[in-house]
Structures are given as C-alpha cells and as structure tokens.
Design a protein around this ligand. Structure first.
Ligand code: UDP
Ligand code: MG
Length: 317
C-alpha cells in the first residue's frame, strides 16, 4: 500500500438517523480531532432517511467544507446499509466507522491510528470494556446477544465489539466484493481474516437523544448475525427433532410396557397425550421456523434489490 504513518487519507463514516439532538456536537468534536493533522481526511455523514433536522444542521455546519460529504438515503434502510454505503463511497486509505451519538469518542482516533501502524495490522476493532448509561437489563441483553450470535456462527466474531473500527483499503476493497444485500458488517469483516487487533475502551452513554436501535432492529441484526454466518441453527433444529423423537420413543416403550403388563390406565391418559402433542407440536413449529428463516433470507437475496437507495449526494466529487 502506498501510504505511510505521516501521509495517508482517513475517511470517517458516520451513519445518522434522526440525530438532531446530538449531531451538531458530534460534528464539532469530530472536526476538532481531525483538523490540524498532517494527514488528509474526509467525513461521510450517511443520513439514513432522517425526518428531523439532522441534514439541515449538518449542511449548515459544513458550509463550503469540501472534506465533509452528506449522503441521504431515500428512506430509513438501517444502520448496517448506512455503514455499507460509507464503505462503498469512501476514498481514504484508512476508514473509521463511528456512531453519531458520541458513544464512540472521536478523541480516541489518534490512539486507534497509532495502534494500526504500530501493530502492522489491517483492522483495529474497538472493544467495549464498560458501558455507561445502559440499564442492567440492556447490558445483560447485549452480553447474551454477542455470545448467542457467536455460538451460532461458524466464524469467530469478536465479543462486545460493535462497528466502531478502523480498517485499511485492502479490507474495504475486499468488503465491496460481498454480494449479499443484508449485511452484518462486523461479521463480514471478521470472516475475511487479515490481521485484526483489538483496541479496548470504555463506552460512555449517549451524548444526547434516544437510542435509534429499536428492539425490532436489534433482533433483525442478531438474526442476520446468526443465519447468514452458519448453518448451525439447521443442525440445532435436527438435534431438537432427534431429542423429541427419543423422548417419544421412550414414551412409546412405556405405553407398550404398561399395555402388555396390564397396567395401562386407558381413559385417564389425557394429560400425557396433551403433553406429548404440545411437545411435538412445539418442536415441529420451531424446526419449520428455522427453515422458514433460511427460506426468507434466500427470498430476500434472490430478489436482488439494492441494499440502499441514495436520494442525494451533497458536495460529492
Ligand atoms: N442508526 C442508523 N439507522 C437506524 C438506526 C440507527 O443509521 O435505523 C445510527 C444512529 O444514528 C447511530 C448508530 O446507528 O449513529 C447507532 O445507533 P444508536 O446509538 O441509536 O444505537 P445504540 O447505541 O443505542 O445501540
Ligand atoms: Mg448509541
């Protein structure tokens, strides 16, 4: 690669969705960190169909600054498509993906960049040591989320690491070759290999505004993480079926035994019949559900719809 510690271009990718409460502050803090360095930079704000003042605040703040670009989606496509758009459109030798709510502090950039050059790697992924301003239940949820997704995946995904990371052009170019429409960005990057090193940090609470990740969106993310990265859920479904079948066989042996030993209580078998029906009914539905999930994903992918639609590119060269 033709860049050095002193001379490179850094792209910052900031997905934003209805972030009017915080985006002005984010802009100021980002630019304060980026301005006055030796290296060149660009900031790409990917507006994921915001319906508030996010874009007008950004346009006003950036004015004639050619280094700041705003890409607006035609509607809300989601955080992952927004990150993808940033990676597709950025032109830096290095790129950093960062949340718009300052939970990923821009002040860490110099240390992250130093880690990149010192360890001669391709990706520096930031790992949350501590989450401030997050409720106990949500923390438990995240803890569970990363471990379940990891268990289900064939690829080793770094635990407690979101999309806050630095990657170089080799990785970005490799990322652009991934054809799936529904992308789990951190999973794809982990899957690629290269040399990836962790960077530990304490995650502060949101600087302002509310979370834009609804439970539905989080479940969607977990589902992509699980179903796009392995066939383990299918194997689990088979195991569940085998377990249920084994229980059924044991029950059958018991019934036969009681029948032939003359102990079978013919009429009062209601509870065991209902229980067996519920058990097998449940197992069948779960198994069909798992199949359905894969089928739905295949349906999504074969339709081959665009991952996102850009409404306008502001100050894009
Ligand atoms: N975001 C987005 N589209 C969405 C939801 C979220 O671009 O549909 C952005 C959001 O503006 C923020 C980042 O994704 O920059 C992470 O979202 P948030 O901070 O709300 O998630 P949390 O930190 O609560 O998990
Ligand atoms: Mg956040």
């Amino acid at each position: 690669m033709s860049f050095s510690r002193e001379n490179f271009k850094l792209s910052i990718i900031v997905p934003c969705y209805n972030e009017e409460a915080v985006i002005g502050l984010t802009y100021d803090r980002l630019l304060a960190v980026l301005d006055g360095n030796q290296y060149d930079y660009e900031v790409l704000f990917i507006d994921d169909g915001s319906r508030d003042k996010t874009v007008s605040i950004l346009s006003e703040k950036s004015g004639e600054n050619e280094r700041v670009k705003i890409l607006s989606f035609s509607r809300n496509f989601g955080h992952q498509p927004a990150v993808s758009a940033g990676l597709n459109e950025c032109s830096g030798d290095l790129a950093i993906i960062i949340d718009a709510d300052l939970q990923d502090p821009p002040e860490l950039f110099p240390d992250i960049i130093k880690t990149y050059f010192d360890s001669n790697c391709n990706v520096v992924y930031c790992v949350r040591q501590n989450r401030e301003g997050v409720s106990f239940f949500k923390k438990m949820g995240y803890h569970f989320f990363y471990r379940v997704v990891n268990y289900m995946s064939d690829v080793e995904l770094p635990l407690d690491s979101g999309d806050f990371r630095l990657m170089d052009r080799d990785v970005i170019d490799a990322y652009k070759k991934f054809g799936e429409k529904n992308k789990y960005v951190r999973g794809i990057i982990a899957w690629m290999g290269f040399t990836q090193v962790p960077f530990y940090y304490n995650r502060p609470g949101r600087a302002d505004g509310e979370t834009k990740y609804s439970i539905k969106k989080l479940i969607g993310l977990a589902s992509t993480g699980m179903f796009y990265f392995s066939k383990k859920p299918l194997k689990l479904a088979i195991n569940l079926g085998i377990t249920a079948l084994s229980i059924g066989l044991i029950l059958a042996i018991k019934v036969f035994y009681e029948k032939f030993s003359g102990n079978l209580d013919e009429v009062p078998g209601w509870a065991s019949t209902i229980l067996t029906m519920i058990l097998f009914g449940g197992v069948q539905l779960v198994t069909i559900g798992v199949l359905g999930e894969y089928l739905g994903n295949i349906f999504d992918e074969v339709r081959n719809r665009p991952e996102y639609i850009i409404r306008k590119k502001k100050k894009q060269d």
